[in-house]
Design a protein around this ligand. Structure first.
Ligand SMILES: [Zn+2]
Length: 154
């Protein structure tokens, strides 16, 4: 199955074909954001929606260069990635509790959360400390995880 990124790259390639065969480009109006067609040789674009005349360079291509690198085309976590990640997070938490001795202290805790940065990296935040009537302190530690190798990067 194709990834979202592969699919958008295909769209960009089809757009390139349209442009070179028809000499017509599809852009986004730099003023109102509407989709506007124009002949590739023109310098200015007359937007029928907002009725403005704009320089071609102020109207980005509908499928602009590098759009495939946008976060929306990152792959969501697969089920197995998700399970592996959860195991890793529980291990990190447990290791930290043992290291600090907080597992023996009332109100001691270690909790982690993650954020998928892109296809290659996952950011992990580990918060640990003690929260009780007597004590209240938290330390935050950040990790980066190589998503492909599934290894923590220092
Ligand atoms: Zn417009």
């Amino acid at each position: 199955m194709k990834t979202k990124r592969e699919k958008i790259v295909e769209q960009i390639s089809l757009m390139d074909d349209i442009r070179s065969l028809s000499k017509i480009n599809i852009v986004t109006c730099g003023h109102c954001g509407s989709i506007v067609l124009h002949k590739t040789e023109v310098e200015e674009i007359d937007c029928p929606y907002c009725n403005r005349t704009l320089d071609v360079c102020d109207c980005p291509d509908y499928l602009y260069d590098n759009i495939e690198n946008n976060q929306e085309f990152d792959e969501p976590l697969s089920k197995s990635e998700y399970e592996k990640l959860n195991t890793l997070l529980r291990e990190l938490e447990l290791k930290k509790l043992m290291e600090t001795g907080y597992h023996r202290i009332s109100g001691g805790f270690a909790v982690s959360s993650y954020e998928v940065l892109d296809d290659d990296r996952i950011s992990i935040e580990l918060k640990y400390g003690v929260q009780s009537d007597v004590d209240s302190f938290v330390t935050t530690q950040m990790y980066n995880l190589d998503r492909k190798k599934f290894q923590l990067i220092q």
